[in-house]
Design a protein around this ligand. Structure first.
Ligand code: NAD
Ligand code: DAU
Length: 339
C-alpha cells in the first residue's frame, strides 16, 4: 500500500513513520510536512535511507501542492497528523490553527475525493471533549461524549472532526477518526510539559508549573498511539471514531516530581507560574471501543514509559539542544518571562 503520512517530521508523525517502516516493510510511506518550527527533518534521517520512504516539503493547506502529490502518488491511505498542536501557541495566535487544522484537513479530503483513497484517517485529540471535573474520577470520555472545546487549538481540531464526518456522510468519503490522550516519548518537542521539564531539569533551571499543578492528563507512550492508529487504518470500520488512551492519569505535579526523581534532581526547582487561560482540568479516556472491536491494548505503563523517555533525552542531547538554541529561546522568553 502507498500511505501518505502528513506531519511526519513532528513528534507523533515521525514515530508513526518508524512504526510503519518497521512493522509493514512491504508498504511505501510518503511524508508531506511543511517543516514548521515543530517539524525536524533530522528526525527522519534513518527513514530517508530507506527506498520505500519519500519526503515532500509542503503545506497541507496548499491545494496545488496537495493535488499534485495525490495525482502523482495515487495513495491508498492518508493519515493526517499535520497540525498546529500546542495549546499555549493557540492562545497567542489562533489564525494559523484554523488554517492548518481546518483548511488543511479540507484540502486533503478534497484531494482524497478527487483521486480516490481506501481510507482518509484523521488524527484527533481527546481535547475535543473539553474537560472533566477533578472530583468525579468515575467519569471518562467515550466516543459519545459531546464536543465541548476550550481553546482555539481544541476548537480547530473539533471543527476538523466535524468536517471529516460531514465528508463521510455527504460525499461518501471512507474516513476514520482517532481521539487520543496526551502522548509522550522520543522526539517530543520541548515546548510540551514532559520534554520541557526534562530539558530544564537537566540544566538545573526552574520548572514552570501552571496554577497549582493539579490538572490531570492521561498519558500514553507514543508507540502505543502508533499501534492503535495502525490497527484502525487497516482493520477499523469506515465512518467510525475510536478513543485511544491507557488509563495512566497523573496530575502535572506528579509528572514533574517523577521526572525530578528519575534525574536525581531537587523538587526546589519547581516554580508555580500564572495558569494557562481556559486551562482544562482533567482528561481521561475510556478506550473500551477500540479494545473490544480491534483488540488494542497499550503495552507501556507510565512508570516504564517515563523512564524510557528520560533515558531517550539523555541519549539524544544534540537533537533537543539544537532546538533549544534556535527560535525556541524567543518563544520561551515570550511565554514565560515575568509569568
Ligand atoms: P507536532 O507539533 O510535534 O508536529 C506537527 C507536525 O506537522 C510538524 O512536523 C509540522 O512541521 C507539521 N505541520 C504543521 N503545519 C503543517 C502544514 N500546514 N502542512 C504540513 N505539515 C504541517 O505535533 P504532534 O504532537 O506530533 O501531533 C500530531 C497530531 O496528533 C496532531 O494532529 C495533534 O492534534 C494530534 N494529537 C497530539 C497529541 C499529543 O499529545 N501530542 C495527542 C492527541 C492527538
Ligand atoms: O490531550 C491531547 C493533547 O495533549 C494534544 O491534543 C495536544 O496537541 C498536546 O499538546 C497535549 O495538550 P496539553 O495542553 O495537555 O499538553 P501540554 O504538554 O502543553 O501540557 C500538559 C499539562 O501541563 C497541561 O495541564 C499544562 C501543563 N503545563 C504545560 C507546560 C508546557 C505546565 O504546567 N507547564 C508548562 O510549562
Amino acid at each position: 500500500m502507498n500511505i501518505l503520512v502528513t506531519g511526519g517530521a513532528g513528534f507523533i508523525g515521525a514515530n508513526f513513520v518508524y512504526y510503519e517502516l518497521k512493522n509493514h516493510p512491504e508498504d511505501r510511506i510518503v511524508c508531506l510536512d511543511k517543516l514548521t518550527y515543530a517539524g525536524n527533518l533530522q528526525t527522519l534521517d534513518e527513514a530517508l535511507k530507506q527506498d520505500n520512504f519519500r519526503f515532500v516539503k509542503g503545506d497541507i493547506a496548499d491545494r496545488e501542492c496537495v493535488f499534485k502529490l495525490f495525482e502523482e502518488e495515487k495513495f491508498d491511505i492518508v493519515v493526517n497528523f499535520a497540525a498546529e498542536s500546542h495549546v499555549d501557541r493557540s492562545v497567542e495566535d489562533p489564525g494559523i490553527f484554523l488554517k492548518t487544522n481546518i483548511i488543511g484537513t479540507q484540502t486533503l479530503m478534497d484531494a482524497a475525493r478527487k483521486f480516490g483513497v481506501r481510507r482518509y484517517h484523521q488524527v484527533s485529540t481527546d481535547e475535543v471533549y473539553g474537560d472533566l471535573p477533578l472530583d468525579r474520577p468515575d467519569l471518562f470520555f467515550t466516543e459519545e461524549t459531546p464536543i465541548h472545546t476550550s481553546s482555539p487549538y481544541s476548537a480547530s481540531k473539533a471543527s476538523a472532526d466535524l468536517l471529516v464526518m460531514a465528508y463521510a456522510r455527504t460525499f461518501g468519503l471512507p474516513v476514520s477518526i482517532t481521539r487520543c490522550s496526551n502522548n509522550y516519548g522520543p522526539y517530543h518537542f520541548p515546548e510540551k510539559l514532559i520534554p520541557l521539564m526534562i530539558s530544564r531539569a537537566l540544566a538545573d533551571e526552574s520548572l514552570p508549573v501552571y496554577g497549582k499543578g493539579e490538572n490531570v492528563r492521561d498519558w500514553l507512550y507514543v508507540e502505543d498511539h502508533c499501534s492503535a492508529i495502525d490497527l484502525v487504518i487497516r482493520k477499523g470500520k469506515d465512518g467510525e471514531i475510536y478513543n485511544i488512551g491507557g488509563h495512566n492519569e497523573r496530575t502535572n505535579l506528579q509528572v514533574v516530581k517523577t521526572i525530578l526523581k528519575i534525574l536525581g534532581k531537587d523538587e526546589s526547582l519547581i516554580t508555580y507560574v500564572t495558569d494557562r487561560p481556559g486551562h482544562d482540568m482533567r482528561y481521561a479516556i475510556d478506550p473500551t471501543k477500540i479494545h473490544n472491536e480491534l483488540g488494542w491494548l497499550p503495552e507501556t505503563t507510565f512508570d516504564e514509559g517515563i523512564k524510557k523517555t528520560v533515558q531517550w533525552y539523555l541519549d539524544n542531547e544534540p537533537w533537543w539542544k539544537n532546538i533549544l538554541e534556535g527560535d525556541y529561546q524567543n518563544y520561551f522568553e515570550r511565554m514565560y518571562s515575568g509569568r
